[in-house]
Design a protein. Structure first.
Length: 214
């Protein structure tokens, strides 16, 4: 019994220390600074971080419009269409609103670094920020869960993105119109008053829209 009580005290102190540390660095949710599951990185070791198309880098590097981050990443997906894990991670990152920041701070300056190292940098950075709708725990759960919600949502936006990629770069007006349509869809399905929605709510909105359209 004494051992069990000792373990409880240690656990309680650990939790209290974690809460204090989270409060000190401005993180409201202590789970964001918990050690993440290394198994989530399985399959990343051989995926270099220079897989992004040069065209994507040139056209979207420096964009700070939060309504463009999903569109930006989807336009780069054609380069890694056969990399299902990378597609899921890129899509999840776009939901946090950090896609452009993630690229600029953790990819651009380290083109030769392996994906595992870059992802660790991203997780460390995320732990010092305010909580996002998609937490580290959710990333792990989504990775370990079914791929179908990701694939369905990616397909939903890939249709819009494919229209842009088929446009000559000289057709700025047409591209702008398509991007605006994509932004409107983002506002409809992925945020409420500028605040990103939880992933399951996003899927419910998309499903409801498809039902009403059919």
């Amino acid at each position: 019994m004494r051992t069990g009580g000792h373990e409880i005290i240690i656990l309680r102190r650990t939790n209290e220390d974690q809460v204090r540390r989270a409060s000190k660095i401005g993180v409201d949710d202590p789970t964001l600074i918990e050690p993440y599951d290394e198994s989530y990185l399985d399959g990343f070791a051989d995926l270099p971080m220079n897989f992004l198309q040069t065209e994507f880098c040139n056209r979207f590097s420096g964009k700070d419009d939060p309504h463009l981050h999903i569109t930006s990443y989807i336009l780069a997906m054609s380069a890694i269409r056969d990399r299902s894990v990378a597609l899921k991670v890129m899509f999840t990152h776009s939901l946090t609103g950090d896609a452009t920041t993630w690229y600029n701070e953790f990819v651009r300056d380290y083109p030769e670094a392996p994906c595992r190292e870059m992802f660790k940098r991203f997780i460390a950075h995320l732990g010092t920020k305010k909580p996002q709708p998609v937490s580290v725990g959710e990333l792990v759960a989504l990775k370990q869960g079914s791929d179908k919600p990701f694939i369905n949502s990616i397909d939903w936006f890939t249709t819009m993105a494919s229209k842009v990629t088929k446009c000559p770069l000289s057709h700025h007006v047409k591209i702008s119109i398509i991007l605006e349509n994509a932004n409107n869809e983002y506002k409809t399905f992925f945020n409420h008053g500028g605040v990103p929605l939880m992933f399951n709510i996003m899927l419910e909105r998309i499903a409801l829209y498809k039902i009403t359209k059919s």
